[in-house]
Write a protein that binds this ligand. Structure first.
Ligand code: ZN
Length: 311
């Protein structure tokens, strides 16, 4: 189906897997413990927080587990962007947020199916993205999380730019998405997605750029910094959301390296994708459709990005 967008949805080959950093590796077991506790007691999705699972992890003793952000009602819209905090810790830092897909892409099949150059080949301009079985579109999810993340980063003083804000008829194409981050000279870029995999496949994964040097693509200068960004996002995403790393790619690390994504291949600044969960799994969909959970997802992303930018 068209929702299985070729730019990110197919399960990637298991390649380039490398050991996690100690910090992330130490965080994961705690999160998995929380996951198992949740599964055993059947707590409502909104209550699945990192709570005591992370508090028991020695790796986070230097950084106290955050209280869960004040939950918003599920249909709550993210807060309007506050004025940038002039003297926040991220003052002078530029973050580009790339909300995957566009809610209007499905109206423009010929445009989004047009091919663009991604260095290693040619690929569709963009895809429609997936949706939950009940019809919540990935493109709506990615925009909502992007708005929440923008607000959190601006509170820290960062300059934040979105690659689009449903303010254009379709796209941008994947090459332009990369270009926007490059031209902004972003200190970090995150492309937000949710996956469209088989039911039973659960959890999040962060996608890192592989070393690619072909045509217009040369990721060699950003591979290491992007891995650092991705590991920090994965660790904080586990801690804040309580979600487990993917059980279907990444061998439990929550990290996957790919060389077939134009948005990564063409980036000249540190960049990762995140698949926040699997929209086609009913349990993951219950999280992804929850405004309270999306706020946690944004918080986890924000803390990972902040950790990266502050070194
Ligand atoms: Zn996507």
């Amino acid at each position: 189906m068209s929702y299985t967008g070729p730019d990110h949805d197919p399960a990637p080959p298991r390649r380039g897997r490398r050991p996690l950093t100690v910090a992330v590796a130490a965080l994961v077991p705690g999160a998995l413990l929380g996951w198992l506790v949740y599964e055993a007691v059947g707590a409502p999705a909104e209550e699945r927080t990192p709570r005591r699972a992370t508090a028991s992890s020695p790796a986070v003793t230097s950084r106290p587990a955050d209280p869960a952000p004040t939950p918003a009602p599920d249909d709550d819209k993210p807060s309007p962007s506050p004025t940038t905090a002039a003297d926040g810790p991220l003052k002078g830092k530029v973050v580009v947020i790339d909300p995957g897909h566009n809610p209007e892409n499905f109206r423009h099949p010929s445009e989004i199916n047009g091919k663009v150059d991604i260095g290693t080949g040619r690929k569709e301009c963009d895809t429609t993205g997936t949706s939950t079985n009940s019809g919540y579109p990935e493109a709506d999810f990615t925009l909502d999380v992007a708005h929440r993340l923008r607000a959190l980063l601006q509170q820290q003083g960062a300059t934040v730019k979105l690659t689009h804000d449903a303010d254009r008829p379709y796209g941008p194409c994947i090459d332009e998405r990369a270009r926007i981050g490059n031209q902004a000279r972003a200190d970090a870029v995150v492309s937000i997605h949710a996956d469209g995999s088989a039911s039973g496949n659960r959890g999040f994964h962060v996608i890192l750029p592989a070393p690619v040097h072909q045509g217009a693509a040369d990721t060699r200068p950003i591979v290491a910094s992007s891995r650092d960004l991705g590991e920090r996002i994965a660790g904080n995403f586990v801690r804040v959301t309580g979600s487990a790393p993917s059980n279907y790619v990444g061998d439990g690390t929550g990290l996957v390296t790919r060389e077939d994504l134009g948005g990564l291949n063409l980036s000249t600044v540190p960049k990762v994708f995140i698949e926040c969960g699997n929209m086609r799994d009913s349990k993951d969909a219950a999280l992804l459709t929850s405004g309270a959970w999306r706020q946690k997802a944004a918080q986890g992303l924000s803390e990972g990005i902040t950790s990266f930018l502050r070194g």
